[in-house]
Design a protein around this ligand. Sequence first.
Ligand code: PBG
Length: 323
Amino acid sequence: MTAPFHRGRRLRQSAAMRGLVRETHLSPSQLVAPLFVRSGTNVREPITSMPGQDRLSVDLIVEEAKHLASVGVGAVLLFGIPDTKDDTGTGAWAEDGPVPTAIRAIRREVPGISIWADVCLCEYTSHGHCGVLCGDTVDNDTTLPLLAKAAVAYARAGADVIAPSDMMDGRVAHLRGALDEEGFVDAAIVSYAVKYASAFYGPFREAAGSTPQKGDRRGYQMDPPNVREALREARADVAEGADMVMVKPGLPYLDVIRAVREHVDVPIVAYQVSGEYAMLHAAAERGWIDLPRAMHETTTALRRAGADILITYFARALAEGRS
Ligand code: PBG
């Protein structure tokens, strides 16, 4: 007679049993699909480092949003690819720019999907930084009113959610003030509260042509080794009026998601970024990993860590139930 031991395999014997005891679930309504919108008509420009992702003109963005809504995806997150860039990123608040145009079109033609707009200057500045340059540094306080102009332009076009990703200090308070003053009290703010200076944004910067020409973003994005700092950032943004907070990237920061989950009670959004998506595709193309399984495993891990909502380039594939 051996000593009694734990028979964990009893609950893993069949798909039905595993389904019964599964602790974490991911549903399409918890997904946000990032989309890159550009000028033109019927333009689909593939992003080489992100297989299956394209820069789309507004008419095709509307088609994509319709499809995403039909498979139950909760929201789209819009990034603009402007035709021209300048020093202060004026294209970010142009009323006829790609993002406001796409917001109006989706609002008109696709009921039932939440419209999120990323607010940052890096896609619109000729130097590629997220704010106004003063010498070699990005000037925090002169950048704030410009971000507010962009936020108000997107809210006016009909965005449900404003998502500042610039990492300037005080931007949540500033944007909340500007939105309220213009009467957009119902536009929610999801702040990229905990955004690290990460190697995993490479493919996004290729897509948006937003790699800084000089220097890097370490003066404003967070230092990867820090987690207590993440709690300060998240608490500060909630105090300034953020309705939800984001942790970004996803997979290398599961501990941070968990820590933030335990310290603030607003919904937490995790962003599985471009480099995470590219990395899985690259390995799968070589036959080294199984892409659908890796897609499910990584996104479930983000939910298990404590994220309520996921922003992921896999949103469409997940919602379509590809496996
Ligand atoms: C803009 C912004 C970036 C991402 C989202 N918003 C790029 C950056 O900070 O360099 C990255 C998204 C991704 O990699 O998928 N500041």
